[in-house]
Write a protein that binds this ligand. Structure first.
Ligand code: ADP
Ligand code: MG
Length: 233
C-alpha cells in the first residue's frame, strides 16, 4: 500500500532549523492497522501529514499504491488525496455551518458526483456509523463521539484505500474512545487499511502493529496481539 525510504523533514524556525524526521523507513501492506506512537513533539503528525500529502518531505522516497508521490504538483496531490485517502482528526474538523449529511457528502462533491447521488451515498455512510437520524443536525448539536462518527463517515464517503487518523480519540472520554476504536477495528475487519497516530498505549494496543518514533527515527516496529475494543464497550 505504501513504502517510505529514508524520509527527512526539517522545519525552518527563524534562522535555525528543527530536524524532525531523520530517515524514516516504513512499509504498510493492504489490510494492516498500524499505530504510530511517540511522545509529544516526536514527529507523529509530521509523518502522517506527509503520508497524507498534506505536507512534503525534504528528501526521501514515498510510494503510495505504486505511485511515486515525491515532487507532485499541488493539483495532482489533491487528486490523489481525494482518490486514495480519508482523514480523521482529533478535533473532528467538521464544517460548523453544514449539517451532518452535508459534511459527509462534501468529498463526493469534489469527486464530481451529482447532488442526488451525494445525498444517497452520504446517508448510506451516516447510517453505517449509526447516525442516520442525525443527518440534519449541525455539529454543535452533536456529542464529541457523534461528531467523530460523522467525521469517520465523511472520511469513508469517497471509499479511500487508506484511512489516516491523527489522535482520533484524543478529544474523547475513555468510553467514547473505545466506541470509536471498535468502529475503526470493524472497518479494518472489512478490509480497510488504517494508519493512526496516538500517544495512548491502550489505544495503540487496539491496532495490529505499533511503530514507535523517537529522536526522528523509528526505534521499534512490531506486530502485536490486538485488544478488541468491544471488550470495553
Ligand atoms: P507530534 O505529532 O508527535 O506531537 P509534530 O509532528 O506535530 O509532533 O511536531 C514535531 C516537531 O515539529 C515539534 O517540535 C513541533 O513543534 C515542530 N513542528 C510541527 N509543525 C511545525 C511547523 N509547521 N513549523 C515549525 N515547527 C513545527
Ligand atoms: Mg501530533
Amino acid at each position: 500500500m505504501l513504502k517510505i525510504n529514508q524520509l527527512h523533514k526539517s522545519y525552518k524556525i527563524g534562522d535555525s532549523s528543527l530536524h524532525v524526521l531523520k530517515g524514516i523507513d516504513l512499509s504498510v501492506e493492504e489490510g494492516e492497522m498500524v499505530a504510530i506512537m511517540g511522545s509529544s513533539g516526536s514527529g507523529k503528525s509530521t509523518l502522517l501529514n506527509i503520508i497524507g500529502m498534506l505536507d512534503v518531505a525534504d528528501s526521501g522516497e514515498y510510494i503510495l499504491d505504486g505511485l511515486p508521490i515525491d515532487n507532485l504538483t499541488e493539483k495532482k496531490a489533491a487528486v490523489y488525496r481525494n482518490k486514495f485517502l480519508g482523514f480523521i482528526f482529533q478535533s473532528f474538523n467538521l464544517i460548523n455551518y453544514k449539517n451532518a449529511l452535508e459534511n459527509v457528502a462534501l468529498p463526493l462533491y469534489y469527486q464530481g458526483l451529482k447532488r442526488k447521488k451525494r445525498q444517497e451515498l452520504g446517508m448510506f455512510h451516516l447510517d453505517k456509523v449509526g447516525l442516520a437520524d442525525w443527518a440534519h443536525h449541525l455539529p454543535k448539536e452533536l456529542s464529541g463521539g457523534q461528531k467523530q462518527r460523522v467525521a469517520i463517515a465523511r472520511a469513508l464517503a469517497a471509499n479511500p484505500k487508506l484511512l489516516l487518523a491523527d489522535e482520533p480519540t484524543g478529544a474523547l472520554d475513555t468510553t467514547t474512545s473505545y466506541e470509536i476504536m471498535e468502529f475503526i477495528q470493524q472497518l479494518n475487519d472489512e478490509g480497510k487499511t488504517i494508519l493512526m497516530v496516538t500517544h495512548e498505549e491502550d489505544i495503540a494496543n487496539m491496532c495490529k502493529r505499533i511503530v514507535r518514533l523517537r529522536d526522528g527515527v523509528i526505534m521499534e516496529d512490531k506486530a502485536i496481539t490486538q485488544v478488541r475494543a468491544s471488550q470495553y464497550v
